[in-house]
Design a protein. Structure first.
Length: 99
């Protein structure tokens, strides 16, 4: 009985590592942070894989910066901006541009 428990624990740990690696692969394809993706995949297993499959990719500029779209005026700008260049709205009024 103890041997069977050890085998099950090993399979459980291996499945979490594999789901973390799958999340890293998906996160790289969608321009998301893959260190966080591994941690989330390891902790939440199959639920994290489903989450990363369903979320949209981040649009990245040619310099590697994430682009945002203002909810007020629709202007697309870099994430480093503090206010929207179009309507001067706060950075909180934004959504990530989908690729």
């Amino acid at each position: 009985m103890a041997e069977a428990l050890q085998v099950l624990r090993g399979i459980w740990a291996l499945s979490r590592i594999i789901s973390g690696i799958i999340c890293v692969y998906i996160a790289k394809k969608k321009n998301k942070n893959y260190y966080i993706a591994f941690a989330v995949g390891y902790i939440f297993s199959i639920f994290a894989v489903i989450y990363y499959l369903l979320t949209s990719a981040q649009k990245v500029s040619s310099y590697g910066e994430v682009l945002l779209k203002c909810n007020e005026c629709g202007e697309i700008f870099k994430e480093s901006k503090k206010v929207c260049p179009g309507c001067k709205a706060e950075v909180n009024n934004k959504t990530t541009v989908k690729a």
